[in-house]
Structure formats: C-alpha cells, structure tokens
Design a protein around this ligand. Structure first.
Ligand SMILES: NC(=O)c1ccc[n+]([C@@H]2O[C@H](COP(=O)([O-])OP(=O)(O)OC[C@H]3O[C@@H](n4cnc5c(N)ncnc54)[C@H](OP(=O)(O)O)[C@@H]3O)[C@@H](O)[C@H]2O)c1
Length: 326
C-alpha cells in the first residue's frame, strides 16, 4: 500500500484508510469480533490509517479500536474527533468547541483508545457559539503537550478553514466526497489546495449505496441511520439507483466492482486525497483495498464524469443540512 502526505506538517498515511464508525453505530447490527478481525486484516494489508470519533457509539467505537490496536499501536496512524457532544446513553447535547471541553475530550479519547498520543485529532463540527480561534488555541496546546501529533477539521466552511489554519496548520480536512457528493469541488477543495491542506474523503462509497448492494429502502435493518437520510428515501432512492446502475456499467466493462470504481475515482482526483471507506467485514475490506490497483484512463474518467456529474444525486446528504455547515 502506497502512502500519501496530508498537509505540510509531515503527516503520511496509507493511501486508503479504514472508517471504523459503522462497526459501532449507524449501519446495522454490530459484530465486534469480525470488526476487530477487519482492523487486523487492514493493518496486515497496509491500510493503517484508522478513523474513529468519540461520538461513534457513543464512545464504544474508540474502545473497540483501542482493543484492536493493543500491541500494534506503532503500526497505525490513529485519527479521532471531538465536538459532537453526547452522553453515554446516546443523547446528543450539541456541538461543543469550548477550550475546556477540547482538553477534557482529548484526555477521554486517549483513555478509551489506550494510547499516549493521537496522530490526527479533528474538530468534528464547528461550534457556532465558540470562535474557532479559541477551539484551535486549545487544540494547539494539545500538540505542544505531545498528546496529539497533527490537527484536522471536519465539514468546515472555507472561511472557517482559513481562520483555524492561521492558529495552527491544518493537516487534513475531512468532508464527504464521492461520486454522489461532489459539492466540495466548488469551493472547499480549491481552498484546501491553496492552503496546502490534505483532504480525507469520508463516506467514499456513498454510505454503501455506490457499491450497488443496496437495491431497496427495505434492505436496511430496523434503526439503520440511512432510513432517515433523504438520499435513501422514496423517489430519491430510485433516482439514485439509476446513477449507481450507470456507474456499475462502467465498472463491469473494466471488470471491477462499482465500489472499487468509486474509490479509484477518488484516488485519481489528486495525490492530496485519501478516501476512508468504512466496513466491519474482512470481505468488503479486501475488495476495497484492491481498488488501489484499479487504473483509470482519461477516457474512463471522462465517462465517469458524464454519468456522475457534480449535483447528480437526488436529495440532501443529511436529514438537517444545518448540522453540516461549519
Ligand atoms: N467526519 C464526519 O462527519 C464523518 C461522517 C460519516 C463518516 N465518517 C467517517 O468516514 C468513514 C467512512 O464513511 P461511511 O462508513 O459513512 O461510508 P462508506 O465508506 O461510504 O460506506 C460504508 C458502508 O458501505 C458498506 N460497504 C463497504 N464496503 C463495501 C463493499 N465492498 N461491498 C458492499 N458494501 C460495502 C459498509 O457495509 P458494512 O457496514 O456492512 O461493512 C457500510 O454500510 C466512517 O467509518 C467514519 O469513520 C466521518
């Protein structure tokens, strides 16, 4: 597995990461044993850039990742996030970027992960009631104290990115980017490129939709987060299925899976982009990891653009888009 550099501070990660969120929440039933086996297989394959957050579970995902990497800490680049405040029973308290909360959250993540430092610490969502400079001042102190190596931000607007970057260099912006979520191409991607910040593409498989495996809204288990997502509902679902079928046609001609085409497309968008597909199964992980070897020609890229242009997906990314505006 090749490495890619994120930002200008020296952070190098595997060109493909592993999203661990779905192992503990949002995407159907959990299976800790298989999830841990998936993390181990990922490390063996060189997919060493692991992504979690304190709010996944909540808290159980960090504990799970901590268990999986015990004894293998030095083999991974560990990324986690703070800012979406939740209680142990799952209640959401809102977005919190206050300096005392930043310090408290970092110590709690270190404990749950069982490590003495976090490689990449992200502000998960920007707190509209706390100036980002205050949040980033506290994050910078964490770097100075050796608790955190590099800093990131997720789903932030261009102006917020600039302000945070002026307090301490941002190594990575993490935002949704995939064949059905290309809105970052307008302003966000040009901003991070201008500032020399790396881009971590979350939900690169469109929360599973772009693999072509989800054929009906009934395919979800009770309580699956995607049932509440506009893109997975009613007419939107069926329109989006047409998009996936067009992607599948190109993938079939190339002899690869649609999800592999989706990952490879992102890898071809630039050396500064690192996709972090999520899975809790070794089988899917192996398929996704093999996408790094899928070659796309100029003609392939042109055809993909034609079938999945920016704005092609029907429906918003989130039930309430106000929650993603940074
Ligand atoms: N910063 C943020 O706000 C934010 C938001 C969302 C996600 N994230 C991060 O980004 C990571 C990735 O995003 P994501 O998990 O939302 O979405 P994703 O990677 O686009 O898709 C994950 C879904 O696709 C399924 N899948 C994966 N590989 C597959 C394959 N080869 N064949 C068939 N199905 C496959 C998974 O199934 P199984 O679950 O059954 O394995 C899971 O349901 C997360 O784990 C999380 O760490 C960050």
């Amino acid at each position: 597995m090749k490495q890619r550099n994120l930002g200008g501070e020296g952070l190098a990660v595997s060109e493909l990461g592993l999203g661990c969120m779905g192992m503990s929440e949002f995407y159907g039933a959990e299976n800790d044993e298989e999830s841990i086996a998936t993390i181990h297989r990922a490390i063996d394959l060189g997919v060493t850039f692991l992504d979690t957050a304190d709010m996944y579970g909540p808290f159980t995902n960090e504990r799970l990742v901590g268990r999986a990497i015990a004894g293998r800490r030095d083999e991974v680049v560990l990324a986690t996030k703070f800012g979406n405040e939740r209680t142990e029973d799952g209640t959401r308290l809102g977005v919190n970027g206050r300096p005392d909360y930043v310090r408290k959250s970092c110590d709690a993540s270190l404990r749950r992960l069982g490590v003495d430092h976090i490689d990449l610490y992200y502000q998960h969502r920007v707190d509209p009631d706390t100036p980002v400079e205050e949040t980033w001042g506290a994050m910078k102190e964490l770097v100075d104290a050796g608790k955190v190596r590099y800093l990131g931000i997720s789903e932030a607007a261009p102006e917020t990115i600039r302000r945070a970057h002026s307090v301490h260099p941002i190594s990575a912006l993490q935002t949704e980017y995939s064949l059905w979520s290309r809105d970052v191409e307008d302003e966000i991607l040009p901003t991070v490129r201008e500032l020399g910040i790396g881009f971590v593409a979350y939900s690169p498989l469109g929360r599973g939709f772009l693999t072509g495996q989800i054929q009906s809204p009934e395919d979800f288990d009770e309580g699956d987060y995607r049932q509440n997502s506009p893109r997975f509902q009613g007419e939107n679902f069926h329109k989006n299925l047409e998009l996936v079928e067009r992607v599948r046609e190109i993938a079939s001609e190339k002899g690869v899976a649609p999800g592999q085409l989706a990952i490879s497309w992102l890898l071809h968008r630039g050396e500064d982009i690192v996709p972090i597909p999520g899975t809790k199964r070794r089988k899917y992980l192996e398929e996704n990891a093999a996408a790094v070897d899928v070659e796309l020609t100029e003609e392939d890229l042109r055809r993909i653009d034609e079938v999945a242009p920016a704005g092609a997906a029907a429906g918003d990314r989130y039930p309430d888009m106000s929650t993603v505006n940074g």
